[in-house]
Design a protein around this ligand. Structure first.
Ligand code: PFF
Length: 460
């Protein structure tokens, strides 16, 4: 796993800006998994499942992760590795014309996502700290409300952004690789342990059937399909050039298809296991009404309930959980800021530190809005979900129809099965994916519009 790849700094493209590269293949995988695995798996997935039809959502999510997620990730990887540029420059070089706009959209999306992602990460940090100081609250619904209102969420958001900015200023290798290497496995181990524990709870059956037994009608609901697609893109960090940017730090001869498959399965595994914790716990502890009052808080209401139930042990597990989740959030936040920072470095020819600080400060300021209003958070979340779908559609069309010989880039470094399927996969990218993703774009645009209108007219 740890075979070293190109360590020396290389010149990229026609200009002579030096570009850092990942030190090891493992470093790349961990950084990409670190980007994918985060609040999207632990917080957003259960929340979207709770809101959007339970098991039908889960089923569509699995199908879309495999059928759209893996090929799309391969598309982003191939553009990033070929151009060795961040999204705007990459689209300019390979596509020309108006294509760089897709890169701009990605940068805007990253900026907006991080603005509220950091707020939620702030809640996570606070749960961890309060767990250490006082233990977990016996009334998780009321506690969630307390955590998300007032000045505290602003303070925690600022602290989290400062941490993210610091890591990104230090640079790709030192910052991202080390953080991912140590704590991703810890997070996964805790979540598996919790899922096993949840299975022993009396009364968890209803939670499992909500989560795992789909109704046929819901499967055919276009909104559920669009939401599952949006969640798949979000969770896999696709549609805004994050994976493209990571691959731009990758030397040649990596098996891109195998990496995309590994990353998608790991990401799916964590999200699915998170659901195996959250839903049985909600059912067994009778937290349904508290969760439906605030679906956004499904994770934050279910888990402290579980930790209290587990007694002293629960406190230790809970603290470890929130600590590991903080790290998961940091590695994803780093990748979001990295997209914006790398674009500024490439576009303005400035160095990493001012780019990271400038972009990070802007995001910190935008984040003051979601930090003070859950409604604003919901609106930005649904608008960015739509942006991700638009980005995903453009990327698919770009690689399918515009990029020169994408198959050559995709198979470079691949072998066996992973190389053999690429030509067929490209047909899929060209002809099948665009209409499906266009459908997701239409419905998630409609969702975003409805959320915006409901919130503005005071109905949300
Ligand atoms: N995939 C991350 C998560 O699931 O938490 C969030 C994310 C990171 C989305 C990077 C998009 C992105 F470009």
């Amino acid at each position: 796993m740890t075979d070293p790849i190109d360590v020396e700094v290389q010149k990229h493209g026609e200009d002579s800006i030096q570009r850092e590269l990942f030190g090891t293949r493992l470093g790349f995988i961990l950084a990409a998994v670190g980007s994918a695995v985060g609040l999207g798996n632990m917080w957003r997935f259960p929340y979207r499942v709770a809101e959007g039809g339970g098991a039908a959502f889960v089923t569509l999510y699995i199908i879309l992760t495999l059928c759209l997620g893996i090929p799309l990730m391969l598309c982003e990887f191939s553009v990033g590795r070929r151009t060795r540029l961040s999204p705007i420059g990459a689209m300019r070089r390979e596509g020309g014309g108006a294509w760089p706009l897709v890169g701009f959209l990605g940068v805007l999306t990253g900026l907006l996502i991080l603005s509220y992602y950091s707020v939620i990460a702030g809640w996570v940090v606070r749960y961890g700290i309060e767990g250490i100081l006082h233990g977990f609250a016996a009334d998780p619904g009321a506690y969630f409300e307390q955590v998300t209102t007032g000045v505290a969420p602003i303070v925690y958001h600022i602290a989290f952004m400062v941490l993210t900015i610091t890591i990104v200023s230090v640079g790709v290798e030192k910052g991202i690789e080390k953080a991912s290497l140590i704590l991703m496995p810890v997070l996964f181990t805790i979540v598996i342990g919790l899922a096993v524990w949840a299975a022993t709870l009396v009364g968890s059956g209803e939670g499992y059937s909500f989560y795992l037994a789909p109704s046929f009608e819901e499967l055919l609901n276009p909104t559920t399909l669009a939401e599952a697609g949006g969640q798949a893109f979000f969770s896999l960090s696709l549609g805004m050039g994050a994976m493209l940017t990571f691959a731009s730090y990758l030397s040649r001869h990596e098996n891109l298809n195998r990496e995309a498959t590994t990353i998608a399965f790991s990401d799916f595994g964590v999200a699915f296991t998170a659901g195996l914790v959250v839903f049985p716990v909600i059912a067994a502890l009778g937290l349904q009404s508290q969760v439906s009052a605030s679906t956004v808080g499904a994770l934050f209401i279910a888990l402290p309930g579980a930790f209290v139930e587990m007694g002293t042990m629960g406190r230790v597990v809970g603290i470890a959980f929130f600590f590991a989740l903080t790290v998961g959030a940091v590695t994803s936040a780093v990748s979001l800021l990295e997209v914006v920072t790398a674009s500024m470095i490439d576009e303005f020819k400035i160095t990493r530190r001012p780019a990271a600080i400038g972009a990070g400060t802007l995001i910190l300021l935008v984040g003051l809005l979601p930090a003070t209003s859950l409604d604003a958070l919901g609106v930005i979340d649904s608008i960015t979900e739509w942006f991700l779908a638009v980005g995903a559609l453009c990327m698919t069309i770009f690689v399918g129809w515009r990029m020169k010989d994408p198959v050559a880039e995709m198979v470079d470094g691949a072998s066996g099965f992973f190389a053999a399927v690429v030509p067929t996969m490209m047909l899929f990218v060209k002809f099948v994916m665009p209409p499906i993703i266009a459908f997701v774009v239409f419905w998630s645009g409609r969702n975003a519009f409805n959320t915006l209108v409901t919130t503005l007219t005071g109905g949300g």
